[in-house]
Write a protein that binds this ligand. Sequence first.
Ligand code: FAD
Length: 584
Amino acid sequence: MPPKRKTSNADVDNKPNGSHASKKGRTDLQEPHHNAKQTEDFGIVLREFYPPEMSNERCMAYNDGTIQRPIETLEEACRDTADKRQSVEAGKAVVHWFKSDLRLSDNRGLHTASQIARDNKIPLIGLYILSPEDFAAHSTSPARVDFTIRTLAQLQRDLAEHDIPLYMETQEKRNKIPGRIVELCKKWEVKHLRGNTEYEVDELRRDAKLVRLCAESDIDFTPIPDTCVVSPGALSSQQGKQYAVYTPWFRSWLAFLKENPDYLELSEEPGSNPGDSRKKLSDLFDCQLPASPKNKELSKEEKERFEKMYPAGEHEAFRRLEKFLEEKGQQYAEGRNILPGEHTSLLSPYFASGALSARTAVATAKRMNKNWLDRGDQGYMTWISEVAWRDFYKHVLAHWPFICMNKCFKPEHTNIEWEYDTEHFQAWCDGKTGFPIVDAAMRQLRHCAWMHNRTRMVVSSFLSKDLMIDWRRGERYFMENLIDGDFASNHGGWGFGSSTGVDPQPYFRIFNPLRQSERFDPNGEYIRHWVPELRDIEGKAIHDPYSNQDGAKVAEKNGYPRPIVDHAESRTRALDRFKSALQG
Ligand SMILES: Cc1cc2nc3c(=O)[nH]c(=O)nc-3n(C[C@H](O)[C@H](O)[C@H](O)COP(=O)(O)OP(=O)(O)OC[C@H]3O[C@@H](n4cnc5c(N)ncnc54)[C@H](O)[C@@H]3O)c2cc1C
């Protein structure tokens, strides 16, 4: 018999500093030493619904298996209710609960629901519940909320073409969602509910609760793995452990797909509902789109801007995917780091809302690459490996759930001494640091709600090393502003990964902003576009205007700030801080 585990729950994790931490966990790590007042003033503790930071002890208890991971809690709920779920009757309709999978094509949960509906000759209903609390908890940006609602509008039209209604409503309190879904199922006499799994901690726990609640009411809710090409838990090292490093994980991901080609098979769109469904479910067809919560509204100008930049829905996602792979896919390996121009797919908002599945993206690139995943054209192979990063970070999140609790991947890095300088932080947000590449990128973020991957790395390194500001503030600022904000990828970018794997970012890889600028924006076009104060500077001086007499004159005249820190000094300070934290 497996050892009995402690069951973790949100109440315990949400105690400040994990004060109810398991006593069985390892205790040989220092506890976080941040000054609570400092971090609170800085908006870290003020992250809604969460404690300032989970204790190291509790993190280690997750690592050594003393505390159950949320994904295991969900699996356990599914196992415990399996018999009951299998024996439920057909009911009068089937529901697919949409979350971050807002599309018809290649949607495994929706496809399964549609099959049950078809087999039983009953209609399929789409359900979406918007929760302002969820948006607050995830610091979801107004741009992403708006994009979600626009995507819902397209989804509603697409489903209606199949005579499938999309019922949408707003639930202020997110903990009411499972109960409300059961209520709706009872009202509609639904016995089969499907929904694709999301891997964030609260979402896994919510689904586990729903599985049990449904079973009590003789409703079969089966969560379906869909969001990753290869689902979390499917890959493990030779020692049977979760990979913590990307390169061997990616080798294993490729090998898995070779052995299991069905993982790249795409699900069909749902068929049409029976002919009388429009009449029977007429109320549900008239459903209004939910509104953005007040604190997530865009201005009229922003709304129009983002609508133009990112038209919503899966048709646009397909169009972009095909166009990108045909026109730029083969140049991606060389082009992906070049800052001026568009050399990447700009598909991240569509992946984040689920308008496009990662499977479709990989299968399409594979088809264009003569049906190969790991040989053939370098451009296609590199792009596939980038999409795989998205899977990788979700695997990391499912296995090390404490990263959702304001925690870095390696608990032993908790004790780094950070700065909480609000002026420096504001200069970074406003793109006024005096480092042109950093400022260009931060202004791109403000204007486009998106930033190039290369500059995401540059500005995150600048905030957490040059300014020594607590990386979690940057992580949160990104979520509050990105249209593609995705917890796993964002945390990964800020707090976990680096392509070398041996280098635990954000800690030791310190980017030199000047070198990055000279290398990836050699003629300064990206900077000239986003930092108009420097437009008239000729040649290489644009990268570091105050180091050159003519550059300095233009910069000064146009009010461009001098660098707020000295990179060489900051670098030394960062290395000292990291070393002493690790020695501690
Ligand atoms: C500090 C930091 C924060 C980030 N935050 C996010 C985030 O919140 N949401 C997000 O989707 N990506 C995030 N990324 C990853 C990456 O920057 C974006 O996915 C990418 O820039 C999106 O542009 P694209 O669609 O043109 O990408 P392409 O280069 O065309 O890549 C295709 C897709 O692959 C995936 N991908 C590519 N690179 C990565 C990566 N490093 N990690 C994970 N997935 C990747 C994305 O889904 C992307 O859309 C972050 C990276 C860093 C360094």
